[in-house]
Design a protein around this ligand. Structure first.
Ligand SMILES: Nc1ncnc2c1ncn2[C@@H]1O[C@H](COP(=O)(O)OP(=O)(O)O)[C@@H](O)[C@H]1O
Ligand SMILES: [Mg+2]
Length: 298
């Protein structure tokens, strides 16, 4: 049911983008939504998106891990993916740079476009896609190389730098953006693995940034870090969104509330509710979202 102009717009945007009219998923408008209603509530689409996901389904053999998810990722903002363990947050995140390709049993179906580029097509060069859509993992995973080489490696293999001067500049600017330069500038040749956990994670962020990505995916990037290191990464995320689009999976609702502008709530592989972070946390419309954020579930 459509109740106002804005929802009318959302609904027609869905129909146009999906290209199959009334068969497209419908955004549920109006008030509270019962636990049994599994259509996405809220605003899955945005104006001028960076990534568009349409009817995305993911299976691991017979396990249907992501069910018909339609969602836009907005430009230069942070979207948080939240939901109980096993609801499909990591699986969905991995769709966005084809990391699921590395799992034999995994099959992804639907349409995902980065700007105009269809990223699920067989012709896609996944190595350059993963430079455009970089990833930071739960456990910091620097290469067993020097701090300098961790950052310089990507630009070298992608041919982004000519000569040592350019390379030095790019390493420095990436480390500055990752908020790590001052701490490491005097020991660039030391191993990256010798840094503290929080520094290693910022090194991994510098490594992702060095190849000029458009989007950075972060899968629980702070869950192995202490509160001080976590606060530093959260501040950094807020600075980085000026230049990049960020998708962060987090099991911490406080973190989602602190760092994101939009939040998507997943439940058993379905996208239940998505919208402005403040609204999701103060006025969730779906009972399942409410259960989760009030601690009744998960
Ligand atoms: N590599 C895998 N092989 C088989 N099943 C998987 C694999 N990864 C995840 N799954 C299953 O997919 C579902 C979603 O998992 P996941 O995306 O890891 O959830 P979350 O990140 O929200 O905890 C779960 O049922 C999980 O068991
Ligand atoms: Mg996960």
């Amino acid at each position: 049911m459509i109740e106002n102009g804005q929802n009318q717009q959302t609904l027609s945007a869905f129909q146009t983008l999906n290209g199959h009219g009334a068969a497209a998923p419908v955004v549920v408008s109006g008030g509270r939504v019962s636990r049994d209603d599994r259509r996405t509530v809220g605003e899955p689409l945005v104006k001028d998106p960076r990534i568009t996901c349409r009817s995305v389904n993911v299976w691991y053999d017979k396990t249907h891990a992501i069910q018909d998810v339609t969602l836009d990722i907005g430009r230069n903002q942070v979207i948080a993916m939240i939901g109980p363990s096993g609801c499909g947050k990591s699986t969905f995140l991995r769709c966005l740079n084809r990391m699921n390709d590395t799992i034999d049993s995994c099959r992804v179906d639907g349409q995902i476009c980065l700007d105009e580029q269809d990223i699920l097509g067989p012709q896609v060069d996944v190595v350059s896609l993963r430079a455009q859509v970089g990833m930071v993992f739960q456990k910091p995973n620097p290469f067993p190389k020097s701090i300098y080489d961790n950052v310089a490696y990507g630009p070298r293999i992608h041919g982004l730098v000519r000569g040592r001067v350019e390379e030095d500049e790019l390493v420095e600017s990436s480390l500055i953006k990752a908020g790590l330069w001052d701490e490491v500038k005097d020991r660039l040749t030391s191993p990256g693995t010798g840094l503290s956990g929080g520094q290693q994670q910022r090194l991994c962020i510098a490594r992702a940034i060095a190849v000029s990505p458009e989007v950075i995916l972060m899968d629980e990037p702070c869950s192995a870090l202490d509160p001080i290191a976590t606060a530093k990464i959260e501040e950094l995320i807020d600075e980085l969104r000026v230049q990049f689009t960020i998708v962060i999976v987090t099991h911490s609702m406080q973190q989602a509330a602190r760092v994101s502008q939009r939040t998507a709530y997943f439940h058993l592989g379905e996208l239940i509710e998505v919208g402005e972070t403040k609204k999701i946390f103060t006025m969730p419309r779906h009972r399942l979202t409410e259960d989760y954020i009030t601690g009744r579930f998960g």
